[in-house]
Design a protein around this ligand. Structure first.
Ligand code: DGJ
Length: 798
């Protein structure tokens, strides 16, 4: 956050050299005599010194002779673009690396030569038209615009750099202006390019598949090109647009690296290339594989905004910068920093099999258990009993909800709960009134059988009429129906990409135009309904990106609600996204995706580190479980501000801690995957606490079920108890075994550095109230509160 070390001027200009400064980083570029933008440096903050010109000279690449087989930019010039660090690059003038921009001119040539024309510092920042973008707020002069002109053509390229100093983020995007009289074909356009003068990097990417989002992959870069990209039409669960490019030796808490993301929800492309000159180039932008844009005379094209951060404090430093940036400059909703409601969702409780009385019964239990928002998921609209029909027809199924949406909402409100509803506005089923009336609204290629995803087709959002249909149909659902929350789902990826409203030579614009249509819809509806809390979703995390977060402050992170899988998935998100954007639910056991059984408290302990909800049939739970949930919801409410908005630390493979910004409160969780006996030692070590403060650390005592010990009960019972017998179950009802209590008062420095030794874990040799039962999938939550005392004060007292 902004502090005294932040100097007033974030962008310093010395003739044609630019120093972009954040609190801890510098990004330096210079326009060469020939007019090329040379990238000089991006890293830890440096000082331009008393002689900035000399600093620039020192940072610039030096050449005195031609280099082997390299192309010289022009006669009598020693510029060899293939080995120059550049802010932008193209094809045709000697740079052989993956290019930033490729334009095809009317004469069929694809060579471009963009040279410097002018620059400005913008008080009012300019952002890409029709696209999601960062929030500049009331800043002034923290955007640099540099203008280039193609040497022979009347085509202009503008680069925009915006500096968010307090979170160490710089964003970049570009605009191409065709001021000529001829059509220009954009074959490729990136949003950012980062040339680095070394080759010892690794790229860390996050991808997987449905129910396995955000697996972390590390690839050490070697000669050639490494790509993280998709043409699924959405940012996708296969490869999230957030990546890290770090030194090979960088780890969680130390080492240098860059965090890179794109504010975009469509086909994206992130690539790193190690050149034959041992340099590394990173580019990211719209995936060129399914993109081209016919730029008419006098028209312009805007690329999405890219986000960059640097940290020398390892992945943790990168994550913190990204978290602050997303919270402050991406999320715009009025719910941005307000407590997010604790919800119950009907999906895993009943799937499509819902009706008013069932929903009210569930809502009643939820209200009683301390929940705040009831969400009616899929299945509420006309004819929707499974996933084969009805998408597109957004009128209520009266057989299920005889009193309509508003009738149900009213009853939910009377229970003291907010009311939320599920929609999937971008889709249509063949079996729907909409498709029967308007088959042309669906994206399909005339004369070709369409492939389906979850039995459904995409609506063609490149068609303005369809965009209006979606807006109107959603207005009808949201308006006057008592809707407080909307879950906006999207359950298929692109196939048969074709727009029936575009001519043949514009078909490759379809995927990007879809995103423009989508953002138009989201911008309209989120502005018209500012009091609705929107949650993004795409079969879980198939579209978890900064574009969606710009409209909707939170996203359903995965359809996988298994607590152990969630430790991996939520941790994956945490590298690039704050926990205030990640939703997580407690569900039934055996878990519906993995059939794994995990303790209820573990399901809560892990989900509570995201935005907590429940998604199970509360009506089928016994008193004991409902009582336990009541305790969980009240704990969550008491610690919600820390859990939702604290700084999230990945402490170890099996421990997270989240610390309030003022460092006075923290919550830690530790968990087990598979238990190994005779390994009973445990340490709770934290991170991020104030070394100087004194903290009280404690847990809530668990009450263990006798049955967890199986037939070992006979080791203490005077009579034989058969495992699973009526007697065993009866005893279990009345006899609970006290779990261990941990309670320490120590300094932050002890907790952060040494950690406290936890009670011995069960290891097959005995159990009492001093034993930490830490079997398979067990977990513990620890609460940490500053005493109103610093170390210094405590010493004086003594
Ligand atoms: C996919 C979502 O991820 C689920 O949570 C649920 O809303 C279903 N769609 C409903 O069809």
């Amino acid at each position: 956050m902004r502090d005294d070390t932040v100097r007033d001027v974030m962008i310093k200009v010395f003739e044609k050299s630019f120093f972009l400064c954040t609190a801890d980083t510098s990004y330096v570029l210079n326009i060469t005599d020939e007019g090329w933008p040379e990238h000089l440096y991006y890293g830890k903050r440096i000082d331009e010194g008393t002689d900035p010109k000399e600093t620039v000279r020192a940072l610039s690449g030096k050449v005195s002779h031609p280099k082997g087989t390299t192309i010289n930019y022009k006669k009598d010039s020693l510029t060899m673009l293939e080995d120059t660090m550049l802010e932008i690059s193209s094809m045709g003038k000697g740079d052989l690396r993956t290019p930033f921009i490729v334009l095809e001119y009317a004469d069929g040539s694809v060579t471009s030569d963009f040279l410097f024309e002018s620059y400005s510092l913008n008080d009012e920042a300019v952002f890409p038209k029709g696209l999601a973008h960062s929030v500049y707020g009331d800043r002034k002069g923290e955007q640099l615009e540099i203008v280039f002109k193609e040497k022979e053509k009347d085509v202009w390229l503008k680069l925009f750099y915006t500096v968010y100093e307090e979170c160490n983020v710089i964003t970049r995007w570009c605009r191409v202006e065709n001021r000529s009289e001829e059509v220009v074909n954009i074959k490729r356009i990136m949003s950012t390019q980062l040339d680095l003068d070394r080759n010892d990097y690794k790229m860390i990417t996050f991808g997987g598949n449905w129910a396995r989002e955000m697996e972390k992959h590390e690839t050490v870069l070697t000669h050639g090109l490494f790509e993280n990209s998709t043409y699924s039409g959405i940012s996708s669960n296969r490869c999230n647009p957030f990546v890290m490019l770090t030194n090979v030796s960088t780890g969680e808490t130390s080492g240098e690296g860059y965090g890179l993301n794109l504010i975009y929800s469509g086909n994206h492309y992130e690539a790193a290339e190690v050149s034959g000159f041992y340099k590394t180039r990173f580019v990211s932008g719209i995936n060129p594989i399914d993109f081209a844009w016919k730029l008419e005379a006098k028209d312009s094209f805007d690329a999405p905004e890219a986000v960059m951060t640097f940290s020398d404090k390892g992945y943790r430093g990168i994550s913190f910068n990204m978290h602050d940036f997303v919270r402050e400059h991406i999320v715009r909703s009025k719910f941005k920093s307000s407590p997010r409601p604790l919800l119950i969702n009907s999906w895993e409780a009943a799937y499509f099999n819902i009706n008013e009385s069932k929903l009210l019964a569930l809502a009643g239990k939820a209200a009683d258990a301390g929940m705040e928002l009831f969400v009616m998921d899929d299945g509420w609209f006309k004819g929707r009993n499974d996933d084969t029909s009805s998408l597109g027809d957004w009128t209520v199924e009266l057989k299920k909800l005889p009193n309509g949406i508003s009738g149900l909402a009213e009853k939910i409100h009377k229970l003291g709960l907010q009311f939320g509803i599920w929609v999937e506005p971008e889709m249509v089923n063949e079996d729907s009134d909409l498709y029967r009336a308007h088959p042309e609204y669906a994206m399909s290629i005339p004369g070709r059988e369409n492939s389906l995803g979850r039995n459904q087709m995409l609506l063609d959002l490149t068609n303005p009429e369809v965009v209006e249909y979606v807006k109107d149909s959603m207005r009808a659902v949201f308006k006057d129906n008592g809707v407080d929350y909307v879950k906006w789902d999207m359950n298929r990826m692109f196939s048969d990409v074709y727009s029936k409203v575009l001519p043949a030579d514009r078909q490759r614009e379809t995927a990007h135009r879809y995103v423009l249509g989508l953002y138009d819809i989201m911008e309209t509806l989120t502005s018209e309904f500012p009091d609705i809390l929107f949650e993004g979703c795409a079969s879980g995390g198939n579209r978890f990106d900064l574009g969606i977060l710009n409209y909707m402050p939170q996203i359903w992170a995965s359809d996988d609600t298994d607590a152990i899988m969630r430790t991996h998935i939520q941790e994956g998100y945490s590298y690039g996204y704050p926990m205030s954007t990640v939703t997580a639910h407690v569900s039934a056991c055996p878990n519906h995706q993995t059939l794994r059984n995990t303790p209820l408290d573990t399901r809560f302990n892990i989900a509570a580190f995201g935005l907590l909800g429940y998604e199970l049939n509360l009506c089928e739970l016994g008193k004991e479980e409902l009582d336990a949930i009541r305790v969980q919801t009240s704990l969550y409410k008491a610690w919600r501000d820390v859990l939702q908005y604290g700084d999230f630390y990945r402490v170890s493979k099996y421990e997270w801690v989240t610390v309030s910004k003022d460092k006075r409160r923290a919550v830690a969780v530790t968990w087990n995957e598979l238990m190994t006996p005779n390994d009973q030692y445990g340490v709770l070590r934290t991170a991020g606490l104030d070394d100087e403060l004194i903290y009280h650390v404690f847990n809530i005592r668990l009450r263990h079920d006798l049955r967890e010990f199986g037939d070992l009960v006979n080791q203490v019972s005077p009579i034989h108890i058969k495992k699973g017998s009526v007697l065993h179950n009866l005893l279990a009802k009345f006899v609970k075994l006290d779990g261990e209590l941990e309670d320490y008062t120590v300094t932050g420095s002890v907790l952060n550095n040494a950690g406290v030794k936890l009670k011995q874990a069960y290891g097959g040799t005995g159990f009492n109230a001093e034993t930490r039962l830490f079997q398979d999938f067990a977990s513990r939550m620890y609460f940490i509160e500053a005493k109103d005392m610093t170390v210094e004060m405590a010493l004086n007292v003594r």
